[in-house]
Design a binder for this molecule. Structure first.
Ligand SMILES: O=C(O)c1cccc(C(=O)CC[C@H]2O[C@@H](n3cnc4c(=O)[nH]cnc43)[C@H](O)[C@@H]2O)c1
Length: 214
């Protein structure tokens, strides 16, 4: 099984990188931060080589007040959270604006849904919704919109781009995210980057072993 592990930065997957160096069938792609960099790097990688599974691994902001930082989750559905307009203090998506039909492939009701339910279940992780943004959310209205209205648990800057390319290219995929901070918390002293990176790497490595031994 040929596996590609994608991360925005090297800092997020140090142990996975070390592990992949000793493996013939595990490649790592450091895509860069953001959706554009991720789409470009992943599309290029998939044009060069056929993969059986793609795993995106990264840290993320959390909208949940209950889940502990350092917890790792799997993303069942992602969306481009800030693709649209804020008009009279109200956020509207490109689907609300009727610029794009909400069910136009690869979207399902505006979401980029992971259809590989068995894979999601096999992770043993909590499956959550996530939003992808270009601008990290800091204001209360955006946080309430994404966390309460869209019921997202995590926020990243790459997830939806990863889902979009994987769905379009019809390659099975998993997006694994570890909660490093509460969305809106800009004091990095209150982030738990070390803990989330550790849990993320342990989780991804365990998952890779399990998938390959099936
Ligand atoms: O400073 C460090 O030591 C360090 C270690 C690992 C990763 C980083 C990053 O800056 C990763 C950036 C990456 O993280 C995602 N992220 C994390 N929190 C949020 C958030 O609240 N809202 C949106 N995205 C978030 C994002 O995907 C970034 O690409 C630093």
């Amino acid at each position: 099984m040929d596996l590609l592990i994608v991360a925005a930065t090297k800092l997020e997957i140090p142990s996975v990188i070390q592990f992949s160096k000793k493996q013939d069938h595990v490649d790592v792609l450091i895509s860069g931060i953001g959706g554009v960099a991720t789409s470009y790097a992943l599309t290029k990688a998939l044009a060069k080589k056929k993969y059986d599974l793609l795993i995106q691994a990264g840290i993320a902001g959390s909208f949940s007040k209950e889940m502990a930082l350092g917890t790792t989750v799997v993303v069942g559905a992602d969306c481009f959270g800030d693709l649209g307009v804020v008009e009279n203090k109200e956020r509207k998506s490109v689907f609300d604006l009727h610029l794009l039909p909400a069910d136009k492939k690869p979207f399902s009701n505006g979401w980029l849904v992971n259809p590989h339910k068995r894979l999601l279940k096999a992770t043993g992780l909590k499956t959550v919704r996530s939003v992808t943004v270009n601008e990290i959310s800091t204001d209360k209205r955006s946080i309430a919109y994404f966390g309460t209205k869209l019921e997202a648990v995590t926020e990243s800057m790459e997830g939806a781009a990863f889902h979009y390319v994987a769905l379009q290219e019809k390659v099975p995929f998993l997006q694994i995210r570890s909660l490093s901070n509460r969305v809106g918390e800009r004091n990095k002293a209150r982030w738990q980057i070390k803990e989330s990176v550790l849990d993320l790497n342990q989780t991804v490595l365990k998952l890779v072993h399990e998938i390959r031994n099936k």
